[in-house]
Design a binder for this molecule. Sequence first.
Ligand SMILES: CCCCCCCC/C=C\CCCCCCCC(=O)SCCNC(=O)CCNC(=O)[C@H](O)C(C)(C)COP(=O)(O)OP(=O)(O)OC[C@H]1O[C@@H](n2cnc3c(N)ncnc32)[C@H](O)[C@@H]1OP(=O)(O)O
Length: 188
Amino acid sequence: MTAFFPVPADLDPADRAAAAPAPGQRLPGHGRDCYGCGPDAPHGLHLELFAGDGVAVTARMRVRPRFEGGPGTIHGGVLASAFDEVMGHVPTMCGRFCVTGHLQVDFAAPVPLGVDLYLRATALGVQRRKVFTEAHAWIVEPGPDGIAVEPGASGIPVAAAHGLFVQIDPASHYGAVAAGRRSGAQKS
Ligand SMILES: CCCCCCCC/C=C\CCCCCCCC(=O)SCCNC(=O)CCNC(=O)[C@H](O)C(C)(C)COP(=O)(O)OP(=O)(O)OC[C@H]1O[C@@H](n2cnc3c(N)ncnc32)[C@H](O)[C@@H]1OP(=O)(O)O
C-alpha cells in the first residue's frame, strides 16, 4: 500500500500515561452523541474502542447498510471517520486531549457492506503539541459475541491512515466554539 505522509525525523517518543486504561479495557468514548463513538448518535458509526498495548487504541465496527458509498461497499468518508475516531483517542493514552489537524487515508481494497472491521491505531511520536499517529483496518470474522475481534491470519487488510493531532485545552477550545455559535452560527 502506498502512502505519502511526512513524519519529522526528530519526534519525541509518545509515553503511555500512568493513568491510561489497561490493555483490553473498553474506552468510554467522549460523548454519547459523537458521530464516531457515541451510542446515541442515530446515524453514527457506533465504534467500540479499547485500550491497546503501549500507546495504542483498537476499535471494532460493523459496516451497516447506511454506510454505503459505491454499490454494496462502504463510503470512503465513513472509513475516514472511523480512522479519525480511533486515532483521535490515541493521544488520550498519553494523557493528552487533541483535535485532528491532518487526516490521510490510503484505501487498499473495497469494503463490502455487512462485514466487521477491526482498526488499530498507534502513536508514531510527539513534537510539542503535535501527536503523529498511524492506523490500519482489516476485515475480520465475527467473534463469539457476534462482532469483530483482533485479526488473525485470516484478517484482510483494507486500508491504512495517518493523522496529526494537536493538543488543545478542551474548555477554551470548545468554549470558543460555543461562543461563536451563540453569536450567530446555526446548528442544523
Ligand atoms: C468539552 C469536553 C471534552 C472532554 C474530553 C474527554 C476526553 C475525550 C477523549 C478522546 C476523544 C478524542 C476523539 C476525537 C476524535 C475526532 C477528532 C476530530 O474529528 S476533531 C474535529 C476536527 N478538527 C478540528 O475541528 C480542528 C480545527 N482546527 C483547530 O482548531 C486548530 O487549527 C488547531 C487546534 C488544530 C491548531 O491551532 P492552534 O492555533 O491551537 O495551533 P497552531 O500553532 O496552528 O498549530 C500547532 C502545531 O500544529 C501544527 N499544525 C496545525 N495544523 C496542522 C496541519 N493541518 N498540518 C500540519 N501541521 C499542523 C502547526 O504547524 C504547529 O506546529 P509547530 O509546533 O509550530 O511545529
